[in-house]
Structure formats: structure tokens, C-alpha cells
Design a protein around this ligand. Structure first.
Ligand SMILES: Nc1ncnc2c1ncn2[C@@H]1O[C@H](COP(=O)(O)OP(=O)(O)OP(=O)(O)O)[C@@H](O)[C@H]1O
Length: 467
């Protein structure tokens, strides 16, 4: 369509674009470097439809991708127009999409059964599926596909992201989050946006976020478990008030679990979220371990799912670039929506200032401590410190370029327990620490003073330069 009065067309210059025809049940896989941009649309005259990880694409609408490895699947066949230069692009004939669709149909049957029960009955609870497997086997992708399909059926799935080391779902890296998805996801942007200070074309989701500050659950198992428990309590009470979400159930994405050592954490998550189905991707060994572990748990079904050949190992620099991009986007927005963060000064001697730090207590440390317990005392008597309050003298340049979580608890009077278990209001980025003047400059997404809330800093995500 041409803009009235102007000789400007909003269509893509097809002369400079590639055309790719996808046959039914095939997918177009592509990779775009973090520094590159590629635009893809379904050809307007093309009869078929296509979807990106479960979310249907609108015909003729150009979608812009940057720094991603992704795929567009078609059940019917269609023609795509690609503008720009993906670093890799090909059409794949073999995909596990039929298996994933069957899994969705099985979950739908359970959801119909749940909807038929009275709201307060036990049976009103829809399926709660946990997705586990080694790194880069497509757990997050399957989570998106299952979420996309249930949204398309008019459901309201509750999506829980327990992968604290990843890019974050509706939040920055280093967090675990939960959100009810009642509207379409943003195909260009993973799961979409949480509320920010600018309008957005895709309806925003309201996530509940906890900041772990840990790279892996193992680098602070006690803290991670505590946050999982807090999350499960909040999610369960929310579901009691939202029957649609309760009937639809939970879709839970996890960090990489690949061996016996993670069994304890998996069992913990299963118990806390009353998981009813475990889907294991990409590891026969883990599947068999799960079968044995849950053989005596009649309420838990374990299934094995194939991994897509399109799942690619993302090397550490690519993952780091994605994490940096996620944090940058939180403060500065993206091409579609530019944000301007504010620089704010925080005085260490202010009565409303309290900065806490996540303690990196590895399992190894905990075990070492255990062996020094006095005779007769057991593990439960050991109080491992998970967060500690920093005095102004402890705050130096090592905190520069890190993000700081602004917690819901007040700075005044909050103790280690409250800080350790508090949800997050938002994030700040430390630009500069002036040790002598006892103050620091932070970037804040909102103007005005930093609220009088407890601040928490961790070692993850690692430091990054935001420009
Ligand atoms: N069918 C596909 N075609 C192309 N790329 C894909 C496909 N499926 C997944 N990917 C890509 O492969 C990468 C790994 O997938 P994903 O993030 O889902 O794995 P994961 O198991 O959740 O990883 P992690 O262990 O880091 O949590 C992602 O960049 C994803 O977009």
C-alpha cells in the first residue's frame, strides 16, 4: 500500500530479496549475527501459512530478526521473502514438529478434562509440564511452541522460566520469572515485552521476577531452591484466582540438566510445582534416570522427545552477546522502540540506601563446611549465608558495569531473609563507583531518585559495557 500523497511504498524491495518456497511440513532455518539484521515476510500472494516456534506469522508483514538462530515452519507450504543476508539459511525436511504437536494435543485433552471439573476440585488443575535436557537441545524453543499453540487455542498458559543462567524470559539474564500468557508472543523478540515506559504493538505480559544473581543453580543451590519455592507459592496462589490459567496449567523451562548430580534439583522442582509430566529432550540417559526416579510417583509421567536438527550449539561469545543485548534492551530499548534511561546518583550514606550481595556458595564449599560441623550436628544446623549486606567501605569499582536488582522490600529494616526471598521491582546498571565520595552513578529506566528499597547485586549476568 502506498502512503497517500507520497511516492513511498511500505513494501520490501523484492529485487534485492531472496524468495524461498517451503513445502508442507518443512521449515526454513536461518541464523543472523548480533550485528546484522534480516527481514522476512510471507509473500502476500502465497496461499499458505507459516509459524515461528508456535506463533503464526501474519501474511505480508515484515518481521525483523537480529542476533538469533531460528526457524519458520509451515504445515501448508508457503513462499517467504527474505531481505538481508542471513549467515546461514536452508530448508529442512525433517523436523520434530509433528511430535511436538502430538504433545500439545495430549496436553489439550488434559486441559479439557480440567475445564470440566468444578473450579475448586483437584481435577481442575491442568497439566504441569517440565522441560529438561542438556544445553541447546531446544527446551526454550519447545516451551515457546507449546505456549504459542495453547494461546492459539484461546488458553492462558502460565510460563515459568527457571533458567537463571540464560537470557531471561520477559526479564534480564540472572533471573527466574513467571507470567501468564493470554495474548500473542512477539516472534521477533522471543516471548515479548514486559511493561516499559513506551507503547508496544504486542500486548505486554506482567511477569513475577526473582533475581538469583547466579550463573547456574549449582553455584548457590540453597538460594536457587528458596527462590523456586517462593515462585511456586506465588504461582499456586495466582492460579487459585485465575481458573482459566489453572485449567491450562504450567509450562516450565529449566536450566541445562544432564546428569545424576542434577537429580536432586529436578525432584525439588517437580515437588514444588506439583509437576505432572516431565519431557526429556536430547538425552537418553537423563530420560532413563527420570523413569527410574519417578517410577513410584504415579502422578508424574516421563516422556522422551526428539531434538530438532536445527538446534545449534551457541558458543559462549554468542550467548554472552545475547545476554548483553537483553540487558541493553532493558535500558535502551531496540530499533522498534528506543528508550532513554536516566543517570541517577546514589549516596552510600543515605539512610535509605542498602546494598546487598549474593554470596557465591558453591556446593563444593557447602560440602567442605559440612565436614567441619561439630559432632552430633547435622546439615540442618548449618546456616549458609546466601546474601550479605555491604557496608559503604565494601563498595568499590568491582561493582561497575554490573546490574543491581531493586527489590520489593524496603531498605530500612529488611534482613537477610527478606532480601534473599524478595521479588524484583526493576533493575539499575552501575556506571561508575566513586569510593572516595561514597556514591555511585547508576542508569535507571525511570526518572527521579532510586526508591528506598533494598538493592541486590550478584555475579550474574557478568559485567558488560552499555553504550
Ligand atoms: N528448528 C530450529 N531451527 C533453527 N534453530 C533452532 C531450532 N530449534 C531451536 N533453534 C535454536 O537453537 C538454539 C538452542 O535452542 P534453545 O534455546 O531452545 O535450547 P535450550 O535447550 O533451551 O538451551 P539452553 O540450554 O541454553 O537453555 C536457539 O538459538 C534456538 O533458537
Amino acid at each position: 500500500m502506498a502512503l497517500p500523497g507520497l511516492d513511498i511504498s511500505d513494501s520490501i524491495d523484492t529485487a534485492a530479496s531472496l524468495e524461498r518456497e517451503i513445502k508442507p511440513f518443512q521449515e526454513f532455518r536461518f541464523e543472523v549475527a548480533p550485528t546484522n539484521t534480516v527481514t522476512i515476510k510471507i509473500k502476500t500472494e502465497s496461499p499458505g501459512t507459516a509459524e515461528l516456534f508456535g506463533t503464526e506469522l501474519s501474511r505480508g508483514t515484515p518481521y525483523t530478526f537480529t542476533g538469533c538462530k531460528s526457524a519458520i515452519y509451515s504445515w501448508t507450504g508457503c513462499t517467504l521473502i527474505i531481505e538481508g543476508s542471513p549467515s546461514v539459511e536452508y530448508i529442512a525436511e525433517e523436523t520434530p514438529m509433528s511430535t511436538y504437536l502430538n504433545l500439545h494435543i495430549a496436553l489439550e485433552k488434559l486441559r479439557f478434562a480440567a475445564s470440566d471439573c468444578p473450579p475448586t476440585a483437584d481435577g481442575a488443575q491442568g497439566p504441569r509440564i517440565l522441560l529438561i535436557g542438556p544445553p541447546d537441545v531446544g527446551k526454550t524453543t519447545l516451551c515457546k511452541i507449546l505456549t504459542g499453540y495453547s494461546i492459539r487455542q484461546g488458553r492462558k498458559p502460565m510460563v515459568i522460566n527457571l533458567d537463571n543462567g540464560g537470557e531471561g524470559i520477559l526479564s534480564v539474564p540472572g533471573t527466574i520469572s513467571a507470567a501468564s500468557f493470554g495474548s500473542v508472543m512477539d516472534v521477533e523478540d522471543g516471548f515479548g515485552n514486559s511493561p516499559m515506559s513506551a507503547p508496544s504493538a504486542i500486548p505486554v505480559k506482567l511477569p513475577l521476577v526473582y533475581y538469583s544473581g547466579l550463573e547456574t543453580p549449582e553455584s548457590g543451590a540453597a538460594r536457587y531452591k528458596k527462590l523456586v519455592t517462593r515462585m511456586s507459592v506465588a504461582v499456586n496462589s495466582r492460579l487459585e484466582e485465575d481458573i482459566e490459567s489453572k485449567n491450562t496449567g504450567l509450562i516450565i523451562d529449566t536450566p541445562s540438566f544432564e546428569n545424576q548430580a542434577n537429580g536432586d534439583l529436578i525432584s525439588y522442582i517437580v515437588a514444588e510445582f506439583s509437576v505432572t509430566a516431565i519431557a526429556v529432550l536430547g538425552s537418553e540417559r537423563l530420560y532413563n534416570t527420570m523413569l527410574k526416579s519417578f517410577a513410584t510417583s504415579p502422578g508424574v509421567t516421563v516422556v522422551k522427545l526428539p531434538t530438532s536438527g536445527g538446534c545449534v550449539d551457541r558458543d559462549p561469545p554468542f550467548k554472552k552477546a545475547c545476554r548483553d543485548a537483553a540487558v541493553k534492551k532493558y535500558f535502551f530499548g531496540d530499533e522498534k522502540c528506543t528508550l532513554s534511561p536516566y543517570t541517577v546518583t546514589v549516596e552510600f550514606d543515605s539512610p535509605t540506601f542498602a546494598l546487598w550481595e549474593v554470596v557465591d556458595s558453591t556446593i563444593a564449599d557447602a560440602k567442605t563446611n559440612l565436614s567441619f560441623l561439630p559432632i552430633g550436628e547435622d546439615e540442618s544446623s548449618l546456616q549458609l549465608e546466601e546474601v550479605k549486606r555491604l557496608s559503604p567501605g565494601d563498595i568499590d569499582s568491582r561493582f561497575e558495569n554490573l546490574i543491581v536488582a531493586v527489590l520489593q522490600v524496603d531498605a530500612k529494616d529488611a534482613g537477610a531473609k527478606e532480601v534473599g526471598e524478595s521479588a524484583v521491582l526493576g533493575f539499575l546498571y552501575v556506571q561508575e563507583v566513586d569510593e572516595k565520595a561514597r556514591r555511585m552513578k547508576v542508569l535507571s529506566p525511570v526518572p527521579g531518585r532510586v526508591p528506598a528499597k533494598a538493592l541486590l547485586v550478584g555475579k550474574w549476568p557478568e559485567g558488560m559495557f552499555l553504550t
